[in-house]
Design a protein around this ligand. Structure first.
Ligand SMILES: Cc1ncc(COP(=O)(O)O)c(C=O)c1O
Length: 431
């Protein structure tokens, strides 16, 4: 019976692209993360409870009562015109000058990623992505059968020399690169930000190799110090396709994101969106438009920043005082994530079930690589848990790592793997 339940009777009928749609075995572990005794430093869910939910609820109720005929009707596949104007106001905070006509509204940045990949990538095409890279993007690239080639990053973001070398090598091999996918600001999962100097270099290198850039920027307005970074798109309107979202600055459940693309590409994205969904949920779109028109959204983003800054501080303080020697981690200036590197000989993926047994969860680094890298890494998020829980989570995690180090010193290597397999589709809440 058990055997029968596991067999997929449809496997010889699926399209080849379905082979790239592999569930994460780590998903099974995450079923346990929901238990209240487990401190989850795994999920990337924003803290939507910080919104004035009564005000937002009243606003949405009024919208339906007074403008329901618009809010509950089909709309255009490009998205609500008034919302696209407001989206241009938001991007202006990062130096982007855009026309609302070049914006297409999407179901979160995730659908923008899907549409862009659908429009550009044939099976076997090369896509460049940071190492590590956003797990949801890797899932999309796998679904479209792209060949992901990683380019390393460090504390200053993607490394220009490594990008140049990779592009030179691929050119020598006669392989055309469809685009570079990058999360330049407060990267998911590494928490690092591409420096201003490197931004110019990356654009220059991509221009020299005639490679498009997909700039995915969900966290750009969630910096803890100073003004927002200038977006890559602000300095190259023809080469950069910018993806944005209100998931982290308003609410992820609204599922409103967008792509800003050169005009011809925008036209293709609209057609692709139409065939996928006809049009995007009108209620969500008018709710976001109304929110951006009538509510103090800039102040709300400031509140989010303060909240996440306090949590980032709690996590870094706890890591500084509790983590065993040999561990290193990034120090994010914004966004949601810290990227930890474990000492030589440890394996974050093998360790995950043991951490959950000790009531703390993280995402093993392997999920953020298309090539099996990241075994000594883990992503910790500070966006959702309260500061005290974060400290407690790090305390438990430090204990687990200390134990692993003892085991390594006794047996000479990491203990056997508790989980294996692809981590391409992350599962709910892990984004
Ligand atoms: C880098 C990155 N891109 C895209 C997304 C998807 O966001 P959305 O909720 O807008 O689909 C996320 C979500 O966490 C993300 O971190």
């Amino acid at each position: 019976m058990e055997q029968h339940a596991r067999t997929d009777a449809y496997s010889d009928r699926y399209a080849a692209r379905a082979a790239g749609m592999v569930p994460s075995e780590i998903r099974a572990l995450f079923a346990m993360v929901a238990r209240p005794e487990v401190v989850s430093l795994a999920g990337g869910a924003p803290y939507v409870s910080a919104l004035p939910l009564d005000v937002v609820g009243g606003m949405i109720g009024d919208l339906v009562a007074t403008r329901g005929a618009e809010a509950l009707q089909y709309g255009s596949a490009q998205g609500d015109a008034g919302l696209r104007e407001r989206i241009c106001d938001v991007m202006a905070l990062e130096g982007v000058q855009a026309s609302a006509d070049d914006v297409v509204v999407t179901v979160g940045a995730q659908q923008a990623l899907d549409l862009v990949t659908k429009v550009f990538v044939d099976p076997g095409d090369v896509v460049l992505a940071e190492a590590p890279s956003y797990v949801g993007a890797l899932g999309t690239f796998a679904a479209y059968q792209a060949d992901v080639v990683h380019v390393p990053l460090d504390e200053g973001g993607l490394i220009p020399a490594a990008l140049r070398e990779t592009l030179d090598r691929l050119a020598r091999e006669g392989r055309r690169v469809k685009f570079l996918y990058t999360v330049p600001t407060f990267q998911n999962p590494a928490g690092v930000t591409l420096t201003a100097a490197r931004r110019a270099q990356i654009l220059e290198i991509c221009a020299a190799h005639d490679v498009l850039v997909i700039e995915d920027n969900p966290y750009g307005l969630l910096g803890f110090d100073g003004e927002p970074m200038r977006a890559l798109r602000a300095d190259d309107a023809e080469r950069v396709i910018y993806l944005g979202t209100f998931s982290k600055t308003i609410a992820s459940g609204l599922r409103v994101g967008w792509a800003l693309a050169p005009h011809a590409v925008r036209a293709k994205l609209v057609l692709a969106a139409e065939s996928a969904v006809l049009c995007h949920p009108a209620l969500s779109q008018v709710a976001v438009r109304e929110y951006l028109t009538t509510q103090p959204w800039r102040e709300q983003i400031k509140d989010f920043r303060e909240l996440y800054r306090a949590r980032r501080d709690a996590m870094l303080d706890a890591l500084d005082s509790l983590m065993p020697e040999g561990c290193t981690w990034t120090r994010p200036g914004g966004g949601f994530f810290v990227w930890v590197t474990l000492p030589e000989g440890l394996d974050a993926k093998a360790m995950a079930p043991r951490a959950i047994a000790e009531r703390v969860a993280y995402v093993p680094g392997t999920g953020f690589y298309a090539d099996g890298g990241g075994r000594r890494n883990m992503r910790l998020s500070y966006c959702f848990a309260e500061p005290d829980r974060i400290r407690e989570g790090v305390r438990r995690l430090a204990g687990v790592i200390e134990n692993e180090i003892r085991m390594r010193d006794t047996f000479g290597a990491a203990r056997p793997d508790g989980v294996s397999g692809g981590v391409h589709t992350p599962g709910p809440g892990i984004v």
